[in-house]
Structure formats: structure tokens, C-alpha cells
Design a protein around this ligand. Structure first.
Ligand SMILES: NC(=O)c1ccc[n+]([C@@H]2O[C@H](COP(=O)([O-])OP(=O)(O)OC[C@H]3O[C@@H](n4cnc5c(N)ncnc54)[C@H](O)[C@@H]3O)[C@@H](O)[C@H]2O)c1
Ligand SMILES: N[C@@H](CCC=O)C(=O)O
Length: 559
């Protein structure tokens, strides 16, 4: 494997000269989606990549300071849609390996931070172009087979969002460096310097978006930090692939250290290090609560106060007003609730419908759900595939059983699950008469949508119910043609969603267009894919330089 030592990138001469110019990055366009139409070159490339990925079992090592470490403590990554098919053997980090990764990060920090920003940024821009070109098909194939995405969802994640994170975040970083104090007294020059955090950053990523893993480790690195990255074992293959692309793009050894393995082993070792500078986490609220609690309990043992960014769960809503365009609301709801099997933190899982529209909404949903094909990721007509693993399958099945048994709920469509070949769950629609029914409140992370029908004249009261029903506040949407209704909903739902959509679905935020994150139990809302997130990875230093000598200690009025 290609290795790049920092010393090879940052020679004594580059260090001596620094940047002899004020460089400005090309402004990034959003990466266009390829459509994989029959006969298209991308479809042919994808077919080849799918054959390649399905025909190999990859040994995934830990990578510490550029060294591949095969620990022998192996867990398998299988296809969610065919769990007998092993794609990778993930070597889990031991406590010693994690400690070595921390040490490597600390060792690499000073030189990485000293590298001219344009040289750092160029690595991530190059990685974006590598994903966009020669690695695109294999990235998509890996995410399709490894995490059960159909081609459209894989293209969104493994290609477009990953590329956009690398391109837009470097542009945001450049803007941050350009922020300088507006005021300089005569004889002074005031400067702001955006240092990386002292210590290392722990990045912990979820299974459901390869792009999120790519962002969690690279956003701090762009700002000069060095990182220990713990990917989810069920998504290790796609994450390992993107990690290798970063190395191919010239990421020096030790800057991001890749350590798959047990959450508690990696978490405990990193959180107990006095040099923890920050935690960049995306995953469930429960895991984040335990990690952030461990960090605050260690206050006083760290060199500083670690920065904690955690984007977590959601219980996202579509709220229809009586003036809604039903066809559009239904189509958006089908996509929001069932694309990627409801395994997006932004997935629509609560639906509020006025009684006057209910018959039409219900019948359209049920009719269209019957047309949703649940199949293999490589079947081009499959809208859905399987959920990620057995534990998720069992969890969702428990909710389906609870709904089937509840007197105040009725399963209108779907409701079955079958894990004989893969972890398949039918798209499911539940109707409840209780706005606090458990599937209206708890995150399920599967293809389960629950509808609550309200009296048309209780629009405002029901908005209040929607705003206060779940502990989460990630995404939500209102569907209405009536301008007053839109304004009322906007005001009533102000704190109920960090990403709020008007006549659009609750999923599908685009980097550079809709910075992403929610509040309440949905996280710290540091808006992935924006300058707000990158600002969390710097510790600013203010420098005041005085040009003139001080001739007398007395104040002028004393003379
Ligand atoms: N808000 C967002 O932007 C966003 C985006 C994607 C996913 N999510 C959320 O993520 C969840 C789904 O992802 P998941 O199932 O991978 O989440 P998870 O919490 O189970 O796992 C997330 C990561 O934390 C690791 N982990 C678990 N225990 C740990 C410990 N003690 N120490 C260190 N690491 C530990 C896991 O191994 C994994 O890498 C959902 O709740 C979803 O809403 C949120
Ligand atoms: N940013 C993505 C969701 C990421 C969480 O899983 C969206 O907006 O759908």
C-alpha cells in the first residue's frame, strides 16, 4: 500500500518558504448524480465492480501510522441481503493498537498542522476527484453490497456526498482562515490564527452513510488535527475503501489512523487518554450519551476540555395541512419513509394527516406500497433491500409485533419480516389513534411509518402535539399550499427540527445546500457540511503585533 510520510510532503525547504502567494481554491460545484440508465458507461462500470466486490473477501486491517496491523481478532462483514455471503474480515483493534493509533496521531500533529493549508486542502480535493472518477464504481458497489443500498442510494452516499464533503469543506476551511479581526489601531496588526485542537480527535462513525464516516475523520484533519477513526464494523469495507483513497491522494501516515473494532475497547482507551482533544461522533443518541457522559466525568484529567460534536437519532415527521398537494405529499412520504429501508437518521417515521385527506392519503400509500419491490441491491427495479443486521432486524420486528398487538393501532400495509436469506422487512404503514403511540415516539431505524389522523379544525393543536411528541428534533416537513398554514407551521415547529422542509421530504440534505443536524436528543447541531462544523475543530489564537516602541509607562493625562 502506498505510504506518504509527512516529512516527504513537508520538507525543510517548504517549511522555510511557506506559501508565497495567497491561494484561492476553485469554488466547488455540487457533484452531479449519474443516472445509471441502461447502456450508460457508469452502468457497465458498476456491473464490473459488483462482480469484483462480490467475488472477493477483503482482509481489513487497522492502519496505524501507515502500518497495516492484522490483529487476528476478526469479525466478518456480510451482505445484509444475503447473510451467508462474507465480503470482508475486519481485524479488530486491541487496546494496544488503539494506544499506538493515539500515539501516532500525537506524533504526526505538529508537522501536519505546519503544512501550508493549500497543500493540506489539495489532498482532499484530489481525493474528491479520485472518488468522482476511477474509484466511483467500486465505491458504489462496495456500499451496495456491504450496506444494502440500491444504486441510487449508493450514488448519493458513496459518490456524491463523499465528494461534496471533501470539496465544500475545504472551501469552508478557506473561508474560516480568511476571517480576521476587522479592527487594527494605528501601529498594530491584529491577526486570528486557527490552530488545530491540542491532542487528537476521535472520530466514530455509523453504518448507514459511508460519506458520514469520510466527513467525520476528514473535517478535523482539514483543520490541521490528527485523528483516530473508528468505523462501524457493519460498514467497514466502504470506509476502508475511502480511507485508501485518501492515502492514494497523499494523506500522510499518522494523520488519520484507521481502527475498526469494539466500541467499548476503542472508546474507553481514547476517552481515558489525557490527550483527547475532541470527539466527532455520529450514531445513536444512546451511544452518544454514554460517550459524552464519560468525557465530562473525566474533566480535569484532560489537557483541555475536549470538543464534543455528536449528531444522533431522529423521529422525523411529515405534517400535511388540508391544502396539501396530496399526490406530491404521498410520493415524498414514500421516498422519505422507505428509501434505504428507513435507515436514514432523517427518515420520515411520523405522518400527520387531516381527516379530510385521510382516505385519499391512506389509499394512495397502500396502493403504492404494494408496488415497492424489496430485493437485492443490484436489482435495478428494487426500491428497497434489507436492513443492516440481525440486531436491527430483531429490533424492528419487536416494533412490528407491538403494533400488531396494540388495540390503538392497526397495520395497514406490510408488517412482516423474514431473515432466512437476508434481513428483509416489508415497508410498513401503521395507523394509530394515539399521537403518543410508541412508534410515534421512538426511533425505529427501519421501514416503518406511523400515521395519526387529526380533525381539520385542530391544525394548530396538532402542530403543538407534533412539536412535543418525541425527544428528537432532527428533520421534519410541512405540506401545504395555503401560505398562512405554512407560516403557522413554521412558527409552531421552530424547535422541532434542525432541518425543516416545506413541501419536500424529510430526507436528502445536500452538502453545500442544506447543512445538516438537529437539536434536542438529535445532537449538538453543529451542521455537518458547513463552516459551523469546521469551526469546532479549531482553537483560535489571537495575535496582536505592535510595530512601535513604548516610550513611557505614564498615561497621556499624567504628563
Ligand atoms: N444525526 C445524524 O446526522 C445521523 C446520521 C446518521 C446516523 N445517525 C444515527 O445513527 C444511528 C444508526 O447508526 P448506528 O446503528 O451505527 O449507531 P450506533 O450508535 O450503534 O453506532 C455508532 C458508532 O458508535 C460505535 N460505538 C458503539 N458503542 C461505542 C462505545 N462505547 N465507544 C465508542 N464507540 C462506540 C459503533 O461501533 C459505531 O461505530 C441512528 O440512531 C441514526 O439516527 C444520525
Ligand atoms: N443527511 C442525510 C441523512 C444522514 C443520516 O442518516 C439526509 O438528509 O437524508
Amino acid at each position: 500500500m502506498l505510504r506518504t510520510r509527512i516529512s516527504a510532503v513537508l520538507t525543510p525547504m517548504t517549511r522555510a518558504y511557506g506559501s508565497l502567494g495567497t491561494f484561492s481554491l476553485p469554488k466547488p460545484p455540487s457533484e452531479p448524480m449519474l443516472n445509471y440508465a441502461p447502456g450508460s458507461p457508469e452502468r457497465a462500470a458498476l456491473a464490473e465492480a459488483l462482480t469484483e466486490v462480490s467475488g472477493e473477501v477483503v482482509d481489513i486491517p487497522c492502519v496505524v501510522n501507515g502500518e497495516e496491523v492484522y490483529t487476528g481478532d476478526v469479525v466478518e462483514q456480510v451482505m445484509p441481503t444475503r447473510h451467508s455471503h462474507v465480503l470482508a474480515r475486519v481485524h479488530r483493534a486491541s487496546q494496544e493498537t488503539v494506544q499506538a493509533a493515539i500515539d501516532a496521531s500525537l506524533e504526526a500533529r505538529a508537522e501536519w498542522a505546519a503544512m501550508p493549508a493549500e497543500a493540506r486542502f489539495a489532498i482532499f480535493r484530489k481525493a474528491a476527484d479520485l472518488v468522482a472518477s476511477k474509484h466511483r464504481a467500486k465505491m458504489c458497489a462496495t456500499v451496495m453490497l456491504g450496506t444494502g443500498k440500491n444504486v441510487w442510494q449508493a450514488e448519493i452516499d458513496a459518490a456524491v456526498e463523499t465528494i461534496d464533503f471533501f470539496r465544500f469543506n475545504t472551501a469552508f476551511a478557506e473561508d474560516i482562515y480568511a476571517m480576521q479581526p476587522p479592527q487594527n489601531a494605528p501601529g498594530n496588526w491584529n491577526r486570528s490564527e486557527y490552530r488545530p485542537l491540542e491532542g487528537f480527535v476521535l472520530a466514530v462513525s455509523p453504518f448507514n452513510f459511508c460519506a458520514i464516516g469520510a466527513n467525520l475523520c476528514t473535517a478535523p484533519a482539514m483543520m490541521g488535527n490528527t485523528v483516530v477513526w473508528k468505523p462501524a464494523s457493519t460498514a467497514a469495507l466502504g470506509n476502508y475503501y475511502v480511507y485508501n483513497i485518501l492515502r492514494e491522494a497523499g494523506l500522510p501516515d499518522g494523520v488519520i489512523n484507521f481502527v475498526p473494532g469494539s466500541g467499548p475497547v476503542i472508546g474507553d482507551t481514547c476517552l481515558n487518554s489525557p490527550h483527547l482533544g475532541g470527539l466527532h461522533f455520529t450514531g445513536s443518541t444512546e451511544t452518544f450519551n454514554s460517550l459524552s457522559h464519560a468525557i465530562t466525568s473525566n474533566y480535569g484529567k484532560y489537557v483541555g476540555y475536549p470538543r464534543v460534536v455528536g449528531e444522533t437519532g431522529g423521529k422525523n415527521f411529515h405534517f400535511l395541512h388540508a391544502s396539501a398537494d396530496v399526490r406530491s405529499a404521498v410520493n415524498n412520504t414514500l421516498r422519505g419513509a422507505f428509501e434505504y429501508q428507513g435507515q436514514k437518521c432523517s427518515a420520515t417515521s411520523r405522518l400527520y394527516v387531516p381527516a379530510s385527506l385521510w382516505d385519499e392519503v391512506r389509499d394512495s400509500l397502500v396502493a403504492e406500497m404494494a408496488n415497492i419491490k424489496v430485493g437485492q441491491p443490484y436489482e435495478f427495479d428494487a426500491f428497497m433491500t434489507a436492513v443492516i443486521d440481525k440486531s436491527s432486524f430483531d429490533n424492528i420486528s419487536r416494533y412490528l409485533a407491538a403494533a400488531a398487538a396494540a388495540p390503538d393501532a392497526e397495520v395497514l400495509a406490510g408488517g412482516s419480516a423474514d431473515d432466512s436469506e437476508g434481513y428483509f422487512v416489508e415497508p410498513t404503514l401503521i395507523h394509530t389513534t394515539d399521537p403518543h403511540f410508541l412508534t410515534m415516539e421512538e426511533e425505529i431505524f427501519g421501514p416503518v411509518l406511523t400515521a395519526y389522523v387529526y380533525d381539520d379544525d385542530k391544525f394548530e393543536e396538532t402542530l403543538e402535539v407534533c412539536a412535543s411528541t418525541s425527544p428528537y428534533a432532527l428533520t421534519g416537513a410541512v405540506f401545504a399550499r395555503d401560505a398562512d398554514a405554512l407560516l403557522t407551521a413554521d412558527a409552531a415547529l421552530k424547535d422541532a427540527a434542525g432541518n425543516f422542509y416545506v413541501n419536500d421530504k424529510s430526507t436528502g440534505a445536500v452538502v453545500g445546500a442544506q447543512p445538516f443536524g438537529g437539536a434536542r436528543a438529535s445532537g449538538t447541531n453543529d451542521k455537518a457540511g458547513s463552516a459551523l462544523n469546521l469551526l469546532r475543530w479549531v482553537s483560535a489564537r489571537t495575535i496582536k503585533e505592535n510595530y512601535l516602541p513604548l516610550d513611557d509607562w505614564r498615561y497621556p493625562h499624567m504628563e
